[in-house]
Write a protein that binds this ligand. Structure first.
Ligand code: HEC
Length: 188
């Protein structure tokens, strides 16, 4: 084939074929997370294949005890792009995993650690208004929640009633609560 007259192109072609299908980039993740009609899914192996960017500890009302954790993941190219530009790459997938908490005394002190996963919130960056008629897409993102029992089918029906109201305090940061993600600091 003419293309392989240039040995560098051959190397690029072979490298692309050898890469695993998921988790390398926002584009790969996007295609495994979003169906043609805009339905969002939770990728099965996100813990191994995505980058952990931060955790939130949930305190019970009044008590000092931690009652749960929210762990947040994205892909490495999204991290790199954010550090460079201060913006989320088109197709960026953010997964917030909800966990219960266990607690007890360890040699470092009184500790809380992650328990069972109870569900996931997923957001997918959309700079092209890809699904204008889908009520789970809007304000530059796709939005969905999943119970732990079903990675594939969201229980959300409308991002405006199910998500947006709570995310208003984060509107200036493209609807994302940046306090929790020290990795996503724009490099000067
Ligand atoms: C009760 C308020 C509330 C609702 C409802 C809510 N969120 Fe959030 N969300 C938050 C807050 C606050 C954070 C950051 C702190 C935390 O995890 O508690 C957050 C964090 C997230 C994150 C991690 C990225 C970030 O912004 O920090 C994702 C992803 C997310 N939410 C998606 C959704 C989706 C999708 C929906 C609707 C299906 C939704 N949320 C509904 C309050 C809410």
């Amino acid at each position: 084939m003419a293309i392989y007259k240039n040995p560098w192109l051959a190397v690029v072609a072979i490298t692309c074929v050898a890469l695993p299908a998921f988790g390398q980039s926002a584009a790969d993740t996007y295609s495994s997370v979003v169906s043609a009609d805009g339905a969002i899914h939770v990728p099965e192996h996100y813990q191994e294949e995505m980058v952990f960017i931060g955790a939130w500890g949930m305190k019970g009302s009044g008590a000092e005890k931690i009652t749960g954790f929210h762990n947040v993941y994205t892909t490495l190219d999204v991290v790199n792009h954010y550090q460079k530009t201060g913006e989320f790459l088109d197709g960026a997938v953010l997964i917030k995993e909800l966990l219960g908490a266990n607690s007890g005394r360890k040699t470092t002190g009184d500790l809380a650690w992650g328990g069972k996963i109870t569900g996931w919130f997923v957001m997918v960056k959309d700079r092209e208004d890809r699904f204008p008629d889908n009520p789970l897409w809007g304000n530059g993102w796709g939005w969905s929640y999943f119970d732990a029992s079903d990675l594939n089918n969201t229980t959300s029906t409308n991002f405006r009633s199910d998500c947006l109201g709570c995310h208003i305090p984060a509107q200036k940061d493209d609807w994302i609560f940046m306090d929790g993600y020290s990795l996503l600091k724009k490099a000067n």
